[in-house]
Structures are given as structure tokens and as C-alpha cells.
Write a protein that binds this ligand. Sequence first.
Ligand code: PGA
Length: 267
Amino acid sequence: MRVCLSCSFSLGSQLVKMSRKFFVGGNWKMNGDKKSIEEIVKFLTCGPLDPNVEVVVGVPAIYLEYTKSKLPGNVAASAQNAYKEPKGAFTGEISPCQIKDVGVNWVILGHSERRNVFGESDELVADKVGHALEVGLFVIACIGEKLEEREAGKTEEVVFRQIEAISKKVCDWSKVVVAYEPVWAIGTGKTATPQQAQEVHCKLRNWFKTKLGDCAAQKIRIIYGGSVTGENSKDLAKEKDIDGFLVGGASLKPEFVDIVNSNKQTC
Ligand code: PGA
């Protein structure tokens, strides 16, 4: 196991971590109907959800307004995608302005399913991030390597390439949450170990340090996604550069509440 020495844990670094509000996003993907959304809203409303955690759920576009009207005030809704243009002849797409218009302030961009199933390039993802920010949305920007890239020792190269493209379009990182989601861990039940995730998160934070300086880098929230559950979230949350989660499958189930509350123990 390789350990990132510059990230050895200390009380100081724990305080720095606490200064970044823990963030838990749910990504419902193309799941749900009005009936099941009501069930999800029920467990989110009952919670109780740790008030120190920012909670945002990624909802299919067609249910954004419906879900928003039902969600409790401590849970925000997010779109799962948006195009890079404000309007026009782009059949089937939705724009950041339209997302804002229905009162939603977040969008997930660059998810690995968008990249790998729908062929979105680094450049397109970056353009989408730039435009969403221009319009005033907050962005969950996803990056992550495929299994063959990890096995070829290319994890760092891939995530740095993806974040570099995105960073060209970002002026204000307080509006962006970076989601590191190794593709091999998404929907596979094969979670990265806390050490594997921390190693990449630490490298990403160091990358931000070299580009933006230490102070700015310490403020950026880097969350982990890939088969996060109520069980494994507790250990992942202890890592000093893991500032929350993006949760797929488990965000549809009551255990999502446990994931939201998984940071309680460490602070
Ligand atoms: P998963 O999905 O938790 O089902 O692995 C995570 C994601 O795709 O964001």
C-alpha cells in the first residue's frame, strides 16, 4: 500500500477538515416514480439528518419540480445533467437556465455514466461546468478512472487530466464540489478502501495546492462515490481528505440517512 506522506493525519488537519462542510449527495440516476419518490421523501423527512451536513439529491429531470415541492427544507434537489448552451435546437437536452427557472440550484456534471455511456469528452464536461457556473448553479463535478486505467497505473494521469479540463472553466471553487468516483467502484458493490480513496483525494488536494495555493486547496470539498453504503461510509468519512459522498444505489434506500450521518463520529 502506498501512503501519501504529505497527508499524515494530525489534529490540525482534522480542524481543517471540519472547516469544510461535509456533503452527501444522492444520485437517483434514471430511477424512481412519484410513488417511490414519496417513500424517499418520507425517510429523508424522518431522518434525523445531521444538521452539519449539506444534503443534495440528484433527481431525474422530469421529477425535479415534483421532488422539490416535497423535500424537507434541509435537503436540496439537483439535476443530473445540463447542456452547455442556454437554449436552442438541442432536442432532449435541458439547460442550466431551465434548471434555475424551476428553483433548483445544483447540477451533477461529468458523471462516469455521462462520460462512458453517452460519450461525453473532458472538453464537453468542462464546457458544461463553465456554463452552469455562469448561470449561477452549484456543480457536483465528477471525475474518476476506469479499472483498466487503474491497473495500468494511470489513475493519477486520468483524474488530473479530467480536473485540469474542468478547472479551466472554474473561477470560484466555492460553487463546485469535486466527486472522485472510480468507475470500477460504481454500482459494482466494490468500494475503494478508505486508503485507496484517501490516496487519490490527497493527490487531488495537492494538485489544487500547486494550482491555487494551500489556502484555496484546503477549502475545496472532495467527495467520494462508488458503492458507498451505510456500513462502509463510517470508515471512509474518517479520512482527512474525504469531505462526503456521492451515493447511487443506497440513496434510494433508508440507509442513505446513515450515510448522511456517518461523519458524526469523527467530529
Ligand atoms: P453507486 O453509484 O453508489 O451505486 O455505486 C455512485 C454514483 O454513480 O454516483
